[in-house]
Design a protein around this ligand. Structure first.
Ligand code: CP3
Length: 333
């Protein structure tokens, strides 16, 4: 059985597998080299030779238990024909959303447009280096994708005035997103992804009263869809206020927590396997602090099925030696 499945399916508490969000990324010099030669991020994701190579870079260096495919949640709007760019020192920049256009996109056109992502998953998952490791596919949750598609940039910069006003528009777009996310999940699984993680980075923007419509219902539909394919699913509803309620309604196979969450509270209130939590900034400190903080999470979850990860992506300024020290600390715990 693959290492993460021991936690997700068997609820094993005797060991803690490790993978790290953004483990393939800018903190690695070998990534920066490829990135420098490929200034267009979308084209890089659409180059199956390079994106599969980037996915495997951290696996070659460190004793990690899973690879996560090098792609982006914004490949979904891209596949629907919305313009998506990544601007240096700014982040994602999307074109105007044309509802009449995305309403008419066919599944075949969508799959054709982002097909190299699936080819990369095939390459990665069939590589012998991943024989005893998981290949993680992922999607953005409908709510987070909607935020980027309507807002056309990160809401941390600015949230469009009247964003929440046109409820009919929002609900129509959510349905289109959900339909194509299912197509995206199916194609990733058919290509060799054996876990799906759902990133809901902007779950924390909503008030309690809006959660059923924008988060619970669409996420539940997708979680149930992944389960129907017999694949475990991990949810990462960043900054959601009530993790217990989220887990009771959605019932994912594991819940990934961000670094603002108190792990002691989680271990008391949540029954399902937990992933992540440690602040990525700890990797910028010293080895002693890093060991202490990583051990804190491992101690708290000692009798709970737990996958080690961070509370958000690894920071670009992280020293790969510190990353290695973290992986070894978890492995030798
Ligand atoms: O975890 C992994 O290593 C897998 C690949 C992955 C990327 N993005 C690659 C990436 C995954 C799973 C994502 C998810 C993603 N993308 C999320 C959800 C998680 C989160 O961060 O909250 C979101 C919101 C996005 C959208 C996105 N993509 C943003 C906001 C940015 C710019 C911010 C930044 O870090 O530069 C990206 C770009 C991006 N996606 C990079 C990587 C490695 C950096 C690209 C570069 O080299 O410039």
């Amino acid at each position: 059985m693959k290492p993460l499945n021991k936690i997700l399916i068997n609820n094993d508490t005797s060991f803690n597998p490790i993978w790290i969000m953004r483990q393939a990324g800018r903190y690695l010099p070998e990534f920066r080299k490829i990135r420098k030669e490929n200034p267009n991020f979308i084209n890089l994701c659409l180059n199956e030779n390079l994106s599969s190579e980037i996915t495997l870079q951290p696996i070659r260096r460190f004793n990690l238990d899973a690879a996560i495919i090098f792609s982006d949640i914004l490949m979904l709007p891209y596949g629907l024909g919305q313009k998506v760019e990544f601007v240096k020192d700014f982040g994602p920049k999307l074109g105007e959303l044309n509802l009449n256009y995305i309403d008419k996109v066919s599944e075949i056109d969508f799959v054709q447009k982002i097909d190299p992502v699936y080819k990369a998953i095939q390459k990665v998952s069939s590589d012998p280096i991943l024989n005893n490791k998981n290949t993680i596919g992922f999607i953005g949750a409908p709510w987070t994708l909607l935020v980027y598609m309507i807002n056309q940039q990160s809401p941390k910069r600015n949230l469009k005035k009247g964003f929440f006003e046109d409820k009919i528009l929002i609900n129509r777009i959510l349905l289109i997103i959900e339909k194509f996310l299912k197509v995206h999940i199916k194609n990733q699984v058919d290509s060799g992804a054996n876990i799906i993680q759902i990133f809901d980075s902007w779950a924390g923007l909503l008030e309690e009263k809006d959660l059923p419509n924008y988060i619970y219902t669409p996420t539940l539909n997708l979680v149930n869809y992944v389960k129907s394919l017999n694949i475990p699913v991990i949810c990462f509803p960043r900054e959601i206020k009530n993790y217990k309620k989220f887990c009771e309604i959605i019932r994912p196979d594991a819940i990934s927590i961000d670094y603002n969450v108190d792990p002691k509270e989680i271990v008391k209130t949540i029954k399902i396997p937990v992933q992540g939590g440690m602040n990525p900034k700890i990797l910028l400190s010293d080895k002693e602090t890093l060991k202490k903080e990583a051990s804190k999470y491992l101690d708290i979850f000692k009798d709970h099925p737990y996958i080690f990860n961070l509370g958000h992506g690894v920071l670009p300024e992280t020293d790969p030696n510190m990353f290695e020290y973290l992986v070894n600390t978890v492995k030798n715990y």
